[in-house]
Design a protein around this ligand. Sequence first.
Ligand code: AHR
Length: 495
Amino acid sequence: MNQLIVNTRRSKGTINKNIYGQFAEHLGRCVYEGVFVREEDGIPHVNGMRKDVMSALKHIRVPLVRWPGGCFADTYHWKDGIGPKAQRSTIVNTNWGGVTEDNSFGTHEFMEFAGQLGCDAYISGNVGSGTVQELSDWIEYCNMGGVSPMANLRRSNGHEEPWHVRYWGIGNEAWGCGGNMSAEYYADEAKKFSTYMRNYDPSHPIYKIASGSNGADYHWTKTVCERAGHMIDAITFHNYTVTYEWEKKGRATQFNTEEYYRLLHRTFSMEEMVENHSRIIRQYQKPGHRIDLIVDEWGTWFDVEEGTNPGFLYQQNTVRDAVLAGINLNIFNNHCDTVVMTNIAQMVNVLQAMILTEGEKMVLTPTYHVYDLFQGHMDARQVESYVATDILNEEEELQVPRLTVSASEKDGKLLVTVVNLSEGEEAEIAVQLSGVKGSSVTGRCVTGGMGDYNTFDAPQTVGITEVKATLYPDGYSFTAKLPKNSVSAFEVAEA
Ligand code: AHR
């Protein structure tokens, strides 16, 4: 029996709903086909946004979407994507497959998409190949309510009211595809861009997000915070999980037990990075000025599916991805005192996607179902949780804890999410509640064979199933049996 403790008397604060944020780049079939369709595609839509995908995304209450990239952001000139569609520039998407980008999905379409979803918009500005004036104009275009050149331009394109976009990225991966800059050079650029990123309405201040490090590059975080920390609200880092190394990413669906554990072992680097980056940013926080931590790209990155365009980063998504998502989301919940937003890469048809599409067909991935199970953590009060677990496997590179956990409470309900990483064994758990008493408990989980996945012909192979949970008569503990390689969510109604 594995012992878990959930203690509602200690909390690190609120789990920002934006931890459950998404990322949609002009890459492969994420935006075009994945979200946005044309009349001639014959797919049901509302103002271009496909109905099936939107309805699935609404179900998991996506709080925020980052757009237009990624690497694409630092080649994107937003004025190419406004005005009558026939007059928009056609460009080449040089980062992703060299395909034609007709700019039919631009600022207005993105804001329509966010409006239909009811989520916040996070726009990544172009620092690498753009100008300070361009980004300054974009903010004015989106956020200026009165009379000004950009506000007037927006009105002439059919949108009277400002959108009040709050989240603005100062470039993306400035150390790589965003300009190959040093941390020192980028810090100066960030200050320059930030100077001209204006607030147009005091009741809707913007939030400036500095491009962060490549994984564990702590020099980057330290340098940017030291030099530009007073002019930013948050700094990011990106951390993808591959099976072996960047040159040997592994396959999404064809893997053995060793590779299952190897990938999961590697994803725990997220915890170390979150803790180390957090420690650094705390040194540069001043009274009245926080610097938050954002992980605006993360997830699995495998070799593309055979026969697909290598530049489109299309991969399948198995129960192993679901387990990995659960591990990372538990890590983020447990560090909600510094991590305020994360954006899994990417929302549809790219990398660790929520949804895959093929023409008019759509399928939900195991990762989608994990986001469904974890919904209740959004804007809930994180509470302390602990699991007394053992470590699986002898070989260091394969070692992982058997179980991970996070917990939160909101509106008289406690949500406890537990991941069972064991590929071979079920796990019996006894969860002791401290500071709270339950009146009932229900359990749901995502599980299956480690390599199971959903296809367009068999879309229900992996879904959400019930897990039996038994509350003790005194209301202070419950037990359950977790299936092997599973992600479970227990909802306890507080007495
Ligand atoms: O998500 C795919 C790419 O990964 C993004 O465009 C880039 O920022 C990162 O390297």
